[in-house]
Design a protein around this ligand. Sequence first.
Ligand code: ZN
Length: 98
Amino acid sequence: MNVLERSGPESDRAQALQRRLRWLECPRCGGSFVLRDGASELVCTTCAVGYPIVNGVIRFVDREHYAGSFGLQWNIHRRTQLDSYTGIPLSRSRLFQV
Ligand SMILES: [Zn+2]
């Protein structure tokens, strides 16, 4: 029995995704998808590239790219909104503004 044949929230999510597969296409080649591994992965039927599904969200970008982009922004802008860095009491004003 696969996840599409079971009942419960996980199965409901898998069945909803199964119905929407026709609207998705592979970002690499434009191919169509099938669900694999208990609906935890989308696999392209043309180029066979797999995209994991994490907490119901399809990850079309590698995990390293998510973390790398966040890390870059964090390193560049980590003090941008600090009142002590900008010299403008914006956060303090908003905190006490009610
Ligand atoms: Zn593909």
